[in-house]
Design a protein around this ligand. Structure first.
Ligand code: ASP
Length: 325
């Protein structure tokens, strides 16, 4: 029987209704979580490791990076076949992507969570843990990068995002769909997500910011970030990479101050391209050496820039990490 390490971090999956505060609060230990899923016994030998028990909004990129080191420590053990991480869904995709980039093991690593607390009617946590352990214990999940398993769907960390604030069917990969599915008797993986990357870094650099572009936006946020000597900026542009003229000025000012600027789209699927040449288009900013980040979301581009800045400040070297398509 395979051995799976379940690392718990908190989130709704480990929350219960509290009468005093009239809402869900962290309450369930890692051991309780696994004990609520007796069917696990037939799938794998499970060992529980508690990393934290917090809402995922409390988890920082630094703790995501630390979690990655712990995942690799367990994965190096010969007797361990796979790792499952339970996590709040709010920042789950950021942690999953941080792990995707920085964890070096090829053994299966699956991240799961829940939209309903353990004391609510029909909690989805137990089924999601079972599906994640099944996936981590399957040969099919080997060398597939970090996987996000919820609602019996298997998604690549690189592609997945939370798409609904409350529904149990919230995780989706808008551009390409799930890579596989967990059935009652079988884990089926139908495709391999290409362009997976492993980046070896001893540290990440904080102070990297994400700016979402909106109609009529000015340079204000860029002035603030230049003044505070931010280490990097990710800009979520309109469409395939376009920004208002004032934002273009802001981006150019940031570049004059040597701050790396990465451009992504605020649209939920597709990528930035150099289709237009008017002022404010992606190609009109190429002279200032901005980096076009392809398909990844703003929150993931920020995580990646933090990791890459841990290795280099050289804009052309940074670009090579984002040029994956
Ligand atoms: N607020 C919760 C969290 O991310 C939501 C969840 O787990 O679904 O911790």
């Amino acid at each position: 029987m395979k051995k799976i390490i379940v690392i718990t971090t908190g989130g709704t999956i480990a929350m219960k209704y509290d009468m005093e505060t009239n809402g869900l609060i962290p309450a369930v230990s890692g051991e309780d979580l696994v004990e609520a899923v007796p069917a696990l016994k037939a799938i794998a030998k499970v060992e529980v490791v508690e990393f934290s028990n917090v809402p995922s909004g409390y988890i920082t990129p630094k703790s995501m990076f630390e979690l990655g080191k712990i995942v690799d420590q367990y994965a190096q053990k010969k007797e361990v076949d796979g790792i499952v991480i339970t996590h709040g869904t709010d920042t789950l995709e950021e942690t999953a992507y941080m792990l995707d980039l920085t964890v070096q093991t090829q053994k299966p690593v699956c991240v799961t969570g829940a939209m309903r607390g353990s004391s609510q009617t029909s909690p989805d946590g137990p089924g999601n843990i079972l599906a994640a352990v099944k996936t981590a214990a399957s040969d099919e999940a080997y060398d597939q990068g970090v996987l996000v398993v919820l609602n019996d769907e298997i998604h690549a960390a690189l592609e997945v995002t939370k798409t609904h604030a409350t529904s149990t069917k919230t995780f989706d990969s808008p551009s390409w769909g799930p890579i596989g599915r967990v059935y009652f008797d079988k884990v089926v993986i139908k495709r391999h997500s290409l362009h997976l990357q492993k980046i070896q870094s001893d540290k990440i650099v904080d102070d990297v910011h994400l700016i979402k572009v909106v109609a009529g936006m000015d340079e204000f946020f860029f002035h603030c970030l230049i003044e505070k000597k931010a280490k990097g900026i990710v800009v979520e542009s309109f469409g395939c990479g376009n920004v208002p003229p004032a934002v273009k000025n802001g981006i150019e000012m940031a570049r004059e101050n040597n701050i790396p600027v990465v451009l992504v789209t605020r649209v939920h699927a597709g990528r930035v391209v150099t289709a237009y040449s008017y002022l404010g288009s992606a190609s009109s900013m190429e002279e200032s050496n901005i980096i076009l980040a392809g398909e990844i979301t703003g929150q993931k581009a920020r995580i990646k820039l933090m990791v890459v800045l841990g290795i280099t400040n050289d804009i052309e070297k940074i670009r090579t990490y984002f040029d994956t398509h």
